[in-house]
Design a protein around this ligand. Structure first.
Ligand code: SAH
Length: 404
């Protein structure tokens, strides 16, 4: 293990850490009293306030603006392999009710900071685990974490998908590949509330599938409001929302996405769920342009889904992102028949739920329609948000109904 050091905070900069926020930014550190260059990168450090009082223990990274990620606020707690194992076991135990369902084989086992394990994502896809190591702290402890996971879950294989931009902010390159056990098949078939989804874990987005939209898929699969509707599923990826709507009696489904491989899997998903090929169409196009084309053609729908990729990656991008959200939502309102439903999402953490609702309101006003919110949607229970870490909340959705 790397040798440890001590970090002294500037006066007044201990407050959020004492309230269990796990991040210490570089600017909070009293650099006159802390020799950061003596500390080995990735090592466990003790954080103290300006008076020398213990605040917590965490992992140090000189290459990151988030200089320390706190793991413990208990001075007597030792953070060795046993600690990691206990934390992993706690996160896994918190998903026990999901694990016990026989109609669900896929869910998130570890949600990073919000499970007290900064930087670590573990998703379960049936017999396989897919992991992301987003910070140096977990990167240098990879072997020990994998050993604990293989022992606690006994999967067939553990695959890494740390091909994410945020690793750059930690001074890390992308890293992808088999870490343990059997290699992945080309498609891993998962089950979610009885619906079967073929997943391409090697190439698919995130860890292969949008596990964070499970509650929204469930709404589309079970709501009595979906039957008989003409559905337009924008940013469809592998067509999860479209399949749920079709299984719930939608009259027609159009899936629009700019990725042909994703649309190919959408087609497979329809067929392995016993749906006819005529139940859905697949349009490889840019959603912004396609919605305008439908408007020109005076095409109408009864249920439009908008689940775009993250538009805002930083606070600076919020304004531009807001214009993007407003544009597609306005177009969608224009394409909806009276009584039509809009299921609209944003996964930009920087866009607050309040701001998102305002943007959707602005879009409805620009489209000249009145609409009601009939449901608020969010990330599901296996993507929890720590109260002391509101940054963990990113996904929000509204289901709106256009007034007749
Ligand atoms: N709704 C999906 C997830 C959507 S992720 C699900 O529940 O599984 C965003 C998707 O938008 C990706 O599949 C990406 O290929 C697609 N995409 C990104 N920009 C696009 C654009 N301008 N037009 C069409 N599709 C786009």
């Amino acid at each position: 293990m790397p040798k440890s050091g001590v970090i002294i905070l500037k006066q007044g900069r201990e407050k959020s850490a004492l309230n269990f926020h796990p991040w210490i930014f570089s600017g909070a550190i009293d650099t006159k009293r802390t020799n950061q260059h003596e500390i080995e990168n990735g090592a466990l450090v003790e954080v103290r306030d300006y008076q020398g009082q213990f605040v917590g223990r965490g992992i140090f990274n000189i290459d990151s603006a988030i200089r320390v990620r706190l793991l413990s606020w208990d001075q007597n707690e030792a953070i060795g392999p046993a600690w990691w194992r206990v934390r992993l076991a706690q996160a896994i135990a918190a998903r026990q009710t999901l694990a016990e369902r026989d109609d669900l084989s896929t869910y998130r086992l570890v949600n990073a900071e919000s499970d007290g394990l900064p930087g670590l994502i573990v998703d379960r896809y049936g017999d396989f685990l897919v992991v992301q190591f987003l910070t140096l702290g977990v990167e240098v402890r990879k072997e020990m974490i994998i050993e604990a996971l293989s022992d606690l879950i006994k999967p067939l294989g553990i695959y890494e998908r740390s091909d994410v931009d945020v690793r750059q902010k930690e001074g890390l390159d992308e890293s992808v590949g088999l870490l343990w056990g059997d290699p992945l098949p080309e498609r891993v078939e998962i089950v979610e509330y009885g619906v079967r989804y073929p997943v391409d874990i090697l190439q698919g987005h995130k860890t292969g599938f949008y596990l964070d939209q499970r509650d929204s898929r469930h709404w589309l699969l079970t709501s009595p409001l979906v039957g008989g509707r003409d559905v337009l599923n924008c940013f469809a990826f592998t067509g999860g929302f479209g399949v749920c709507a079709a299984l719930n009696g939608a009259a027609s489904v159009v899936n629009v996405d700019s990725s042909q491989p994703a649309l190919d899997i959408a087609r497979e998903t329809m067929s392995i769920n016993g749906l006819e090929s005529g139940d859905a169409t697949y349009v490889n196009a840019d959603v912004f342009a396609q919605l305008r084309e439908y408007r020109e053609a005076e095409r109408e729908f009864d249920l439009i889904i908008l689940d775009p990729p993250k538009f805002a990656h930083s606070a600076k991008q919020v304004e531009k992102a807001s214009r993007g959200y407003k544009d597609i939502n306005m177009l969608a309102f224009q394409l909806l028949r009276p009584g039509g439903l809009l299921a609209t999402f944003s996964c930009s953490g920087q866009v607050s739920p309040d701001l998102f609702q305002k943007i959707v309101f602005g879009a409805s006003a620009d489209a000249g329609v009145q609409a009601q919110i009939i449901k608020w949607l969010a990330q599901p229970e296996d993507h929890p948000v720590l109260l002391s870490f509101p940054e963990g909340r990113y996904l929000k959705g509204l289901i709106c109904r256009v007034m007749r």
